[in-house]
Design a binder for this molecule. Structure first.
Ligand code: DAH
Length: 353
């Protein structure tokens, strides 16, 4: 019996195969039940014992080398397939990102950046305090004692802790005046941007809103300094050289005398233009720090004096960016943010941080 299979030819054939189906076909052709090798094996019984031994060994070696070659070729085909997939599925990191539904800087945040920057240039530093305040800091120290009607001016959210102590969600940023005066000695020159809370909700009020407080305490600051500071701030914030404004006498328990500042505006086609015209818009409250407040904070009122002011950041933002509805600030509407929001790249403009 001569072997009808030539090892070299068959191994070459296997090495050329590039698909799993073809390889399987060849495997069955040689090694399958009815394949060539098993058939040759069957023929062994017709041989003499010596021949059977030699041919048997030859056939086994051949079978093994075909099996190995098929196995190697199989992993070769698999590797080629994987490499091809890696090539095709490569992620192109140079592709631009999906720009739909992108977040941007909220107008309130943008206003806070602007405010900090403007007052920073006027030598003010930034202070902050907690949203949950003591009754003392929010009211009593600011010359608003229990049962004082001014407490009713502000619809307060009261909170009681485990010990039954009354706390409040701060109704204004003014308690940070108290915190700062108790902690630091004059000269003090700070602003306090932050969240404030009142139980009030309609087209011009939301239960949470933002204020910025200002406080200056030293030996000689006067009402004139207060006025020039506020005028300088508003001119820069609204980017208006000739701002028409007025100060009206007012009442706040923590300042004496107190005033409110109005800016002039005109309304054309439902668009408000700030700075000129015959209509007046109230924009902030201010005054000279009441000596009683200085004393409540352990500051000698015979030696020190100062001024304070407070304004709503939503209102400033609405006027600057032409946003008509206060509630829209907190509606989490992407379309709205796309329209009024700011790109992170805008932050370099001259009045920004
Ligand atoms: N705290 C006042 C409010 O929420 C605003 C205010 C008015 C703050 C006058 C001041 C000030 O510091 O002097 O209505």
């Amino acid at each position: 019996m001569t072997l009808t299979v030539d090892q070299d030819i068959i191994l070459k054939k296997i090495n050329k195969i590039s698909s799993h189906q073809e390889l399987e076909k060849l495997r069955l052709e040689y090694l399958g039940k009815k394949g060539l090798i098993p058939q040759e094996m069957k023929l062994l019984s017709t041989l003499s014992i010596d021949e059977k031994k030699i041919k048997g060994q030859e056939l086994n070696l051949l079978k093994q080398s075909i099996e190995n070659a098929v196995k190697n070729q199989k992993s070769h085909i698999e590797n080629t397939e994987i490499n091809k997939r890696i090539q095709n599925e490569k992620i192109d990191v140079t592709l631009s990102p999906n720009l739909s539904n992108q977040g941007s800087i909220h107008p309130i945040t943008q206003s806070i950046f602007n405010i900090i920057n403007i007052f920073g240039n006027l030598n003010f530093s930034v202070e902050s305090g907690p949203d949950i305040e003591t009754d003392f800091n929010n009211f009593t120290a600011l010359n608003i004692p229990a049962h004082h009607p001014a407490r009713e001016m502000q619809d307060t959210f009261y909170i009681e802790n485990k010990e039954g102590e009354k706390h409040v969600l701060r109704t204004h940023t003014s308690p940070v005046q108290v915190r700062t005066m108790i902690e630091k000695k004059p000269p003090i020159r700070i602003i306090v941007p932050g969240r404030t809370y009142r139980s009030d909700s309609d087209i011009t009020h939301t239960p949470m809103f933002h204020q910025v407080e200002g406080l200056v305490v030293d030996e000689k600051s006067t009402m004139v300094d207060l006025k020039s500071t506020l005028v300088e701030f508003l001119k820069t914030y609204f980017e208006i050289e000739n701002l028409k404004y007025r100060f009206r006498p007012s009442y706040f328990p923590f300042t004496e005398p107190s005033a409110e500042m109005d800016v002039a505006y005109t309304k054309k086609d439902n668009v408000i233009k700030i700075g000129e015209g015959d209509e007046w818009l109230e924009i902030l409250g201010c005054g000279m720090v009441n000596p009683k407040v200085l004393e409540n904070c352990k500051i000698d009122s015979t030696k020190y004096q100062g001024f304070a002011f407070g304004m709503g950041i939503e209102r400033l933002s609405m006027l600057k960016y032409g946003i008509p509805d206060l509630r829209s600030f907190f509606e989490l509407n992407y379309k709205w943010l796309e329209h009024y929001g700011f790109s992170v790249f805008d932050i370099n403009s001259k009045s920004d941080i």
